[in-house]
Design a protein around this ligand. Structure first.
Ligand code: SAM
Length: 291
């Protein structure tokens, strides 16, 4: 493991060559260090798109991501926590994979995480999206399609819920929030590394939907069918959820076999998207989930 005491290198987060030479360990103490600035820029969508990278906070998350084979580019580790065996393990794995470890001051970690009391580890990972032909709902699995989801907290919560219920993938349709934004990744609590994500335009989605052989259920405030009625779990199921403000577009609603509604009483016009998706996912997976 080579060690570099220079805190002011202007190199961007390291890109690994295909042959795996060990990464390097560097100390960074200044928030104005160009490496830190570059990593902080990953809070911006434009920079995430340009680099194809994103940030994931937390030691457990980093270790889970490494276990799941996600490609780490840089690990930022709290210098004050380096006595922790787990953190050392994460650092050693990172270096052996050819990626760099930055031993950072608490101030640097807080600046990258954009909050006080940051976690002891922040991983910079390469984004991973899937193609539709990589989705496999099997004979009775569930896929969830989100029409123009806008709120990163909703998306992260939905990914976490989809993971918890064993859904086989989440499809983002149309202009959606970036699943790799800091807020969305935070809300997934690590499920970003577990659930295959596909991004499609509406036209691409409709073409693919034409090839989907299972049950296609849409949720709609004008749905005439109780959400507990469709015969989920007998064939693969594709569940369509609408945008936070405008619901499912007409075209998307027209692509569904059934439009269902979750009955409500009280004053609320509708449920929060993540809550509605949670109810739908667990209903659709009811037959497969056992304590
Ligand atoms: N004003 C929007 C409308 O009329 O469709 C409300 C959208 S709601 C906040 C966001 C999404 O959550 C909906 O498109 C639908 O997918 C789901 N949803 C919320 N409440 C629901 C309910 N009671 N039944 C079925 N789906 C619901």
């Amino acid at each position: 493991m080579s060690r570099d005491r220079d805190a002011n290198s202007s190199a961007p987060p390291a890109r690994r060559p295909d042959t795996v030479a060990p990464g390097r360990v560097k100390e960074v103490t200044s928030v104005s260090n160009p490496i830190v600035k570059d990593i902080r820029n990953l809070a911006l969508k434009k920079h995430r798109e340009e680099t194809g990278l994103f940030l994931a906070e937390g030691l457990k998350l980093v270790l889970d991501a490494l276990d799941a084979g996600w490609r780490i580019e840089t690990l930022v580790a709290a210098k004050t926590q380096l006595h922790s065996e787990l953190l050392q393990k994460a650092a050693a794995r990172t270096v052996s994979l050819g990626a760099d470890v930055l031993e950072a001051s608490d101030k640097v970690l807080a600046a990258i995480a954009r909050r006080d009391n940051p976690q002891s580890a922040i991983g910079i990972f390469r984004q991973r999206l899937h193609r539709t032909d990589e989705l496999d709902a099997g004979k009775d699995g569930l896929l969830v399609a989100l029409d123009r989801v806008r709120d990163p907290g909703n998306l992260g919560t939905i990914l976490r819920t989809a993971d918890a219920a064993g859904a086989k993938g989440v499809i983002l349709v149309g202009e959606s929030v970036d699943p790799f934004s800091l807020e969305a990744v935070r809300a997934t609590m690590g499920s970003i590394f577990a659930v295959p994500i596909v991004r499609l335009s509406e036209a691409e989605f409709l073409r693919w939907r034409g090839t989907f052989k299972g049950l296609v259920v849409g949720t709609h405030m004008k749905g005439a069918v109780d959400y507990r009625e469709p015969p989920y779990g007998k064939r693969p199921t594709l569940l369509l959820m609408g945008n936070e403000q405008s619901g499912l577009s007409e075209t998307m609603a027209g692509a569904c076999e059934t439009l269902v509604r979750i009955p409500q009483v009280g004053r609320a016009d509708s449920l929060n998207l993540a809550v509605a998706t949670g109810l739908m996912i667990f209903e659709a997976r009811r037959g497969s989930l056992k304590l």
